[in-house]
Ligand binder design. Sequence first.
Ligand code: ZN
Ligand code: ZN
Length: 147
Amino acid sequence: MFDLSGARVLRTRGRDAFALIVKACRRDVPPARLYTKMKPQNITVDIENKAMQITWDDAHVSIYDFTYLRRACPCAECQPWKEGAGAPGEMPAAVRNAVGELKAVSDVQPIGGYAIQFLWASGHMYGIYTWDYLRAICPCGEHAGKT
Ligand SMILES: [Zn+2]
Ligand SMILES: [Zn+2]
């Protein structure tokens, strides 16, 4: 279990941190800068408090609110500009307003040792969250969604 006071802080900061992710997308950051090569040492999923904690191999700790993660879904449906549709960073309203809900810890599925996938209660499950992406969107005060 982890310190839930951190998760509470995240919830109040969530909106600002998310705006920063969108800005990062608009800046067209070269992929090399987003590539961190960090790996999680430990992932804790807290269904009750709707938060996931990653302890990285450099000992940094990231705490993500489920809704924050759902809205940051990197799939082409949620980030249509990846396929050339719409302006970069312009998410469909359904994504901006989506709520992240998971029914069980098993709704977080590891993918090939480099990513995880969320089986959201809404049925959405297309986003592949690589370690690099998760590290890049770390909402802590130090990173705040910046690379
Ligand atoms: Zn998606
Ligand atoms: Zn961080």
